[in-house]
Ligand binder design. Structure first.
Ligand code: ADP
Ligand code: MG
Length: 258
């Protein structure tokens, strides 16, 4: 588990297809996320971002192709072991409503038989990292704010010190100021922990802030991968330009008062 493994697992997808009810939702020829690097995955609603993440975390099975984590293929017999090496955060946090924040965070570690002292020590580390006040941990998810819930969800995802972190629009339901605080803190956490991170968002400014590398998707495929500047200067398809233009990031200088 976490502590004994070299904390450097890459993610590899090769020739992966996912079909829902006869309709192809995802078709990825090749995708690699290097160990300890962050990749932001962006695209419009319905383009297949969540499908891709669910495949990587083993919640869905592809119709064809291979998915490997740290070189190990995701298969029924490897799924559980691989899942313990990955932390996963979704848009609404996915916390269990009937458990306190602390119980949510400690759930899997308890299942694995960690002694109380080890759980307590790990929680202390994570409180500092995620900047959550300790007293907040005794509350239920409904009793804390949306931003705090996402911090707790991040804390839960990090509990076992996974090598890989998968985040599916973790900030999309937050209002702008809370969101901007969390963007800054997440970026700092990624920089400190140096995990392999796949960060899904539909917001280009967020993608560019969080990660130097962005993969842009449409209709189940990856159109282009590069820095924000590369996508702007050298778009692979007209869609890339349209997508960036629609978010008004190209007009920003015009908004500056003279
Ligand atoms: P995104 O996360 O980018 O918004 P999704 O991965 O959720 O996109 O969805 C990709 C496509 O697959 C969409 O057209 C969506 O309607 C479809 N889809 C997703 N989940 C299912 C499902 N369980 N059954 C049928 N179609 C689905
Ligand atoms: Mg989604």
């Amino acid at each position: 588990m976490g502590a004994r493994l070299p904390a450097a697992a890459g993610i590899d997808l090769q020739d992966v297809q996912k079909i829902y009810d006869g309709v192809k939702a995802l078709d990825i020829a090749l995708l690699r996320v290097e160990p300890r690097s962050t990749l932001a995955l962006i695209g419009p609603s319905g383009c297949g971002k969540s499908t891709l993440l669910r495949l990587v975390v083993g919640l869905l099975t592809p119709e064809r192709g291979s998915i490997r984590i740290a070189g190990t293929p995701m298969r029924p017999e490897t799924r559980l072991e691989l899942q313990r090496r990955m932390g996963y955060v979704i848009q609404e946090g996915g916390l269990f409503p009937h458990l306190t924040a602390a119980e949510n965070v400690a759930l899997v570690a308890r299942d694995l038989g960690w002694p109380d002292a080890r759980i307590g020590a790990r929680i202390q580390e994570l409180l500092e990292l995620t900047q959550i006040p300790r007293e907040l941990l005794d509350r239920f998810p409904a009793q804390i704010s949306g931003g705090q819930r996402q911090r707790v969800a991040l804390m839960r995802a990090l509990m076992l010190d996974p090598e890989v972190l998968l985040l599916d629009e973790p900030l999309s339901s937050l209002d702008p100021m809370i969101r901007s605080d969390l963007q800054r803190d997440l970026k700092q956490v990624f920089g400190r922990l140096r995990k392999t991170v796949l960060f899904v968002t539909h917001d280009m400014a967020e993608a560019a802030f969080i990660s130097g590398e962005i993969a842009i998707m449409n209709r189940g495929t990856i159109l282009q991968r590069g820095s924000f500047q590369e996508l702007v200067r050298n778009p692979a398809t007209p869609f890339v330009t349209e997508f960036i233009r629609a978010q008004r990031l190209l007009d920003a200088p015009n908004l500056t008062p003279t």
